[in-house]
Design a protein around this ligand. Structure first.
Ligand SMILES: NC(=O)c1ccc[n+]([C@@H]2O[C@H](COP(=O)([O-])OP(=O)(O)OC[C@H]3O[C@@H](n4cnc5c(N)ncnc54)[C@H](O)[C@@H]3O)[C@@H](O)[C@H]2O)c1
Length: 258
């Protein structure tokens, strides 16, 4: 098998659609084996089936997985061992966007956002590390957001949960380095990327009008495409990034340069 991640065994969460599905397709093309997980079981099974039809049976497996459940995480790591024979890459991608100011949000909404976006990354790193240690070199890629670095008045929960992912990634990176393991951990910070997560922002307004408005906030003048992020995950998952750990990679079309 040739490719930039040939021989890698990767678990990608939230892989039924959007950035997770794009990442899965690209990593399969570049030689990885994949365990794809999502709350949406039929969605993630169809992504895995499409990958296996293109790259051969046994390239991708699909499992239902709630990333807020510790029991589910323990089961997924067991599945990675059984199905792929190990784990060398973890992509903590699943996430949700809850909009609202600090006054708009209920405590339940706050806890839900922190659990899906923040706690999930803690659980994933904690439970994957023992198996990653057996398959070094390893790489953990955590999907934060440019909203984890730059706040907005109506994104209180998303800002806070994604900021948690940013510094948790650095702590994990330092823990691995201090322990002498060749396991890296980095965070990704995209701006608006055209996936179903934007439905929360678009609401019942005209999609083209909203995307145009979002694009005008971005120096490069467009909303991102899923592959704009998938190629960064590919780099961080591969040994090409072997000296990069505890770093934040911004994919924001220049927003944070302003
Ligand atoms: N698209 C963007 O504009 C953008 C920008 C910055 C960061 N991100 C981040 O990238 C990641 C992927 O976003 P996307 O745009 O592909 O979103 P998406 O909504 O298209 O896909 C997210 C996937 O996560 C799954 N999911 C949600 N809750 C889950 C749970 N509890 N357990 C397991 N799976 C769950 C969903 O079923 C869905 O398939 C998210 O963490 C998101 O916050 C996205």
């Amino acid at each position: 098998m040739s490719g930039r991640v040939a021989g890698k065994k990767a678990l990608v969460t939230g892989a039924a659609q959007g950035l997770g599905a794009a990442t899965a397709r690209l990593m399969a093309r570049e030689g990885a084996q994949l365990l794809l997980t999502d709350l949406n079981q039929s969605g993630v099974e169809s992504v895995a089936a499409e990958i296996n039809a293109t790259h051969g049976a046994g390239t991708a497996w699909a499992m239902r997985h709630d990333v807020t459940s510790e029991a589910d995480w323990i089961a997924m790591i067991d599945h990675a061992r059984e199905m792929m024979g190990g784990l060398s890459v973890l992509v903590n991608n699943a996430g949700i966007a809850i909009t609202g100011s600090v006054e708009d949000l209920s405590l339940d909404e706050w806890r839900r956002g922190m659990a899906v976006n923040g706690e999930s990354v803690f659980l994933g790193c904690k439970h994957a590390l023992p198996l990653l240690r057996e398959n070094q070199p390893g790489s953990i890629v955590n999907l934060s957001s440019i909203a984890g670095l730059i706040a907005a008045h109506n994104m209180a929960n998303y800002n806070a949960s994604k900021a948690a992912v940013w510094l948790l990634s650095k702590s994990v990176a330092l823990h691995c380095a201090r322990s002498g393991w060749d396991i890296r951990c980095n965070s990704l910070h995209p701006t608006f990327i055209h996936t179903p997560i934007l439905d929360e922002i678009i609401g019942d307004r005209d999609e083209a009008v909203v995307l145009g408005k979002l694009a005008r906030q971005i120096p490069l003048g467009r909303v991102g495409e899923p592959d704009d992020v998938a190629y960064a995950v590919l780099y961080l998952a591969s040994d090409e990034s072997r000296f990069m750990t505890g770093a934040e990679v911004k994919l924001d079309g220049g927003i944070s340069a302003m």
